[in-house]
Design a protein around this ligand. Sequence first.
Ligand SMILES: C[S@@+](CC[C@H](N)C(=O)[O-])C[C@H]1O[C@@H](n2cnc3c(N)ncnc32)[C@H](O)[C@@H]1O
Length: 193
Amino acid sequence: MEAVQKKFGAVELCMEAFSGTGFIGFALLAQGLCRKLILTDINQKALDYCEKTIVYNGLADKVTAYRSDCFDSIPEMKVDLIVGNPPHSWTASEEVREKDIRTFDPHMRIHKKFYNQAKNFLKPNGNILLWEDIRATKPEDFYEMIEESGLKFIDYTQVNIHVPFSWRKFITLKNGEILSKNYFRKINLEVQL
Ligand SMILES: C[S@@+](CC[C@H](N)C(=O)[O-])C[C@H]1O[C@@H](n2cnc3c(N)ncnc32)[C@H](O)[C@@H]1O
């Protein structure tokens, strides 16, 4: 929220790609940082929850959710800002990562596809702000794919994120040992058309 506010301020139309249940997008809308919101994810279950949130909060005139593999099934549109937390995260083991659609991006195929398609959905001077897991990737991993897609890498910032207790417990306890502190180090990766 803070990063969007500082870097872009309030925008007209925001898209949360890889939205899952859409908590980033709904939070931006709730804080007045966008007037309208598009949510997209490949997982129908996650989108069912998005729809419930839309209906429950009477947001049908402001929020639309699409099931899509990256932008494949998104109708033509241009947005001011794309935010998202793409798959490719640190997991306790390779095996865990490969079984989870939220964390697995083999050879960065999904990232490359996303960046290749994204420019067609951005307004001139539109921006992308992605939240990446620094334990799984470094900013340099993205430079080439961003440039090859006709986009411009602008900046990144490293942030420390507090995670909910239940999640923290899940990742921190193994044989009674604490594997990580109670925050994740993430990077906000900023890209512009
Ligand atoms: C790291 S999760 C982030 C979800 C959301 N921000 C959250 O925290 O609940 C990555 C999301 O990307 C989605 N995803 C994976 N592959 C995808 C693809 N090819 N196209 C669109 N979404 C995809 C997954 O379903 C998952 O919801």
